[in-house]
Design a protein around this ligand. Structure first.
Ligand code: CA
Length: 517
């Protein structure tokens, strides 16, 4: 009884102490070019008002001290950040990234990091909201987006840790996907001392070509007006296209399971979809003009010199629910905003004549070094940094082939007789059946974010895998990552091993299981 009383009294004073330590940060924190806007201790389950226009509220899963502030990055730009400092802190620092052209502090990932006992910081990437309008007439906002905001997170976050916990962090980590994946690679290239371990999912690297590719896919199908655009494929036809592709390629991996393990093995024969006598779209068939558009979609994007600018759309991705934005006949907001507000710096820029020449111009300009297309990771590797990257094989937003190309780029830049490959610091895991960063038929949950059914050990959780690689006595590098499916209709959860590239995922008929060779 006495012991319980002592524990309760001690817990009361500990929490009370944390509350005051947290509140004190508004008075005691002094960081160059930085204003602390708020410091608030939040109990688990309590609703907080969030910063920015992207969402209005969040509910921390675990108690935290949240610190909100703004860093002046130039006379015309600033980065808003929010840091969550967990009660039970394991000494680690975590920075998290953004998505699209965002503009949004990633509260879900703040919550995830905090729950996993990392002191975790996220930022608004230098502007508020999903739109690229803030890039107009402001190159410094572009610089925050292309390479500066994550560096700000690292500089500020490490100082806040020292002020709150009264000791420095032990190791530093980064977690991001899509634009967040690009930010992770950019950090390793430009600020190699910022993070010890980086998890960079579906990286939006080769950014200018990625956005050009996205825009050109819509140009290939044209506007949804049959009279002006015989190449346009009505969205109602895509299910039959997806079914035909699945029929042709699902079994190539040895198992008919609605997952195309290796889309690059899928040698499409799209003529099977041709309408007889070219009489128009009856019974889900396609006209010659539509088939020509399909052929361009499932081929790499070529430049004016016939060079490959970007890999092809992964067959199987059209089965993902998010695919429609790629082929609905209008250029989606991410490439449109980047071209209009950043590249052209002209809010009324028209896409009527947009072509490969525009893609190449955008790439040549490479505003703020946004391309993030450089294999020179020598400094990061030599100081002991490690990168895990992953990519879904049915990603309808960023073709997974780009992660293979990035692996080749880094390998080519860094291979030497003493280092014949890059396995000592850089590992890529391709995830069959996963969509953009998460979701899909495949075993897509492996700790890239908070997911209920992931076992939190180094084999199943990619964030813990990078921690193990950096911190374990024998620097245990991840050979495989085990993912879990997330059944939406109460079905059975299934695990599947994901292989370290260039190993391949191969079906073992006798073992009734996928393995890596
Ligand atoms: Ca299959």
């Amino acid at each position: 009884m006495l012991r319980l009383l002592k524990f309760l009294i001690s817990s009361f004073f500990t929490i009370r102490g944390r509350k005051y330590d947290c509140l004190d940060l508004t008075m005691t924190l002094t960081i160059a070019n930085t204003t602390i806007l708020e410091a608030q201790y939040v109990a688990s389950g309590e609703t907080i008002s969030t910063y920015g226009s992207c969402q209005s509220a969040a509910v921390p899963t675990s108690s935290t001290c949240r610190v909100l502030g703004v860093v002046s990055t130039s006379s015309t730009s600033n980065v808003h950040f929010e840091m969550w400092l967990p009660d039970t802190w394991f000494g680690r620092f975590l920075g998290v990234g953004n998505g699209g052209l965002g503009g949004c502090i990633d509260y879900a990932q703040l919550d995830y990091g905090n729950t996993m006992h990392f002191a975790t910081i996220g930022s608004d990437n230098g502007h508020d909201g999903e739109s690229g309008l803030s890039f107009l007439n402001n190159p410094e906002v572009i610089n925050d987006f292309t390479h500066r905001a994550i560096h700000v997170e690292a500089v500020v976050g490490k100082q806040i840790i020292e002020a709150y916990y009264k000791k420095p962090h032990s190791k530093s980590y980064y977690l991001g996907c899509s634009t967040g994946g690009r930010q992770g690679i950019q950090s390793a290239l430009l600020f190699p001392d910022d993070f010890d371990g980086i998890v960079a999912g579906a990286p939006a690297v080769d950014f200018n070509h990625l956005l050009g590719w996205t825009a050109m896919l819509n140009r290939f199908v044209g506007a949804p007006n049959p009279e002006n655009s015989p190449t346009f494929i009505p969205l109602s036809l895509w299910p039959s296209i997806a079914q035909e592709i699945m029929d042709q390629c699902d079994s190539l991996d040895g198992l008919k399971d609605a997952i195309i393990t290796e889309p690059d093995d899928c040698d499409l024969r799209l003529q099977t979809l041709a309408c007889e006598g070219d009489m128009g779209n009856t019974d889900g068939c396609l006209t010659t003009a539509q088939l020509e558009a399909l052929d361009k979609i499932y081929s790499p994007l070529l430049g004016t010199q016939r060079q490959v600018l970007y890999p092809r759309y992964d067959p199987g991705s059209e089965a993902d629910g998010d695919f429609a934005a790629m082929f609905n006949g209008s250029i989606s907001s991410i490439p449109a905003d980047w071209e209009r507000y950043a590249v052209q710096n002209n809010a009324s820029f028209s896409f009527a004549d947009y072509s490969i020449a525009d893609v190449e111009y955008t790439s040549m300009l490479d505003l703020g070094g946004v391309s993030t297309w450089n294999g020179s990771l020598t400094s990061f590797r030599e100081r002991g940094g490690k990168i895990i990257t992953y990519h879904g094989r049915r990603d309808p937003g960023i073709a997974s082939g780009i992660s293979k190309r990035l692996h080749a780029l880094v390998s080519t830049a860094l291979s030497s007789p003493s280092h014949p490959n890059i396995d000592d610091f850089y590992r890529l895991f391709l995830i069959p059946g996963m969509g953009h960063c998460s979701g899909g038929q495949g075993a897509w949950a492996f700790g890239q974010g908070l997911s209920a059914n992931v076992v939190n050990d180094t084999e199943h959780n990619v964030l813990l895998a990078i921690v193990d690689w950096i911190e374990s006595e024998d620097f245990k590098a991840p050979e495989r990552i085990v993912g879990s499916t997330v059944p939406v209709d109460g079905g059975e959860m299934v695990e599947r091993v994901h292989c370290r590239y260039p190993q391949r995922s191969v079906w073992d008929v006798n073992g009734d299981v996928f393995g890596c060779v």
